[in-house]
Design a protein around this ligand. Structure first.
Ligand SMILES: [Zn+2]
Length: 219
């Protein structure tokens, strides 16, 4: 008999499911600002990532140089210079070939998007100045959920259907397509191929057998 789940286990499962849907929604997020607003509405964690808007504005100034347009809101700049690059790194981690590459990718997310992103403009990887930042404050839910990806690296999948709108998925089971609807075109193509090759041979054999039978009737 199965042991009843304890409230602790139940809470962990709910949190895990929440993380799975958070990560897959973020990885599949489009560039459309409306989709991004919906993402922020659906996941409270997406609103509390604690990146300082002035810091992001500073990055924009550095990267855009003379093309920098000052009139844009903090939200627009956060989307362009923090959330979208984070989504790209998450996608790269998702599709990385093995667990080790994925762990390195997640560490890079933690350092580039949460540690320095939160604290300072200083980024001198070859000096020890960065060690100062290792006295961290408690993580935001956004950071927690991204780091929980470490436990899910064996579940990452990328849908083989080239027309899939949400190709990034997490699943315990190894599968080729994210869902049945995405597998359908390939199944139909395989059926068609079978019908045109093996099937047509079979039909020809059947015709031959039939005509032999008919022929024998008059023997
Ligand atoms: Zn799909």
């Amino acid at each position: 008999m199965r042991r009843p789940t304890t409230p602790g286990e139940q809470a962990r499962r709910i949190r895990l499911n929440e993380t799975i849907s958070f990560l897959t929604t973020l990885a599949n997020l489009s560039d459309n600002p409306k989709d991004i607003s919906r993402f922020a509405e659906r996941f409270p964690a997406a609103r509390g990532f604690r990146v300082s808007p002035w810091l992001v504005r500073h990055w924009a100034m550095i990267l855009e140089g003379e093309d920098y347009l000052p009139g844009r809101s903090d939200g627009v700049l956060l989307r362009l210079y923090w959330l979208m690059p984070l989504r790209e790194t998450l996608r790269a981690v998702w599709r990385a070939p093995d667990r080790r590459s994925k762990l390195w990718g997640i560490m890079r997310i933690s350092q580039d998007f949460f540690q320095y992103g939160d604290r300072s403009l200083v980024r001198i990887p070859l000096s020890n100045e960065g060690d100062y930042f290792l006295s961290l404050r408690s993580p935001s839910r956004f950071e927690e959920q991204i780091l929980q990806f470490i436990d899910l690296t064996d579940w990452t999948g990328y849908c083989a259907n080239p027309d899939c709108q949400h190709p990034y998925y997490l699943s315990k089971r190894k599968k080729k397509y994210c869902n049945r609807a995405c597998a359908k075109p390939a199944q139909q193509a395989a059926k068609r191929k079978w019908f045109n090759t093996k099937g047509s041979r079979r039909r020809a054999d059947k015709r031959r057998d039939m005509s032999r039978q008919w022929g024998r009737q008059w023997e």
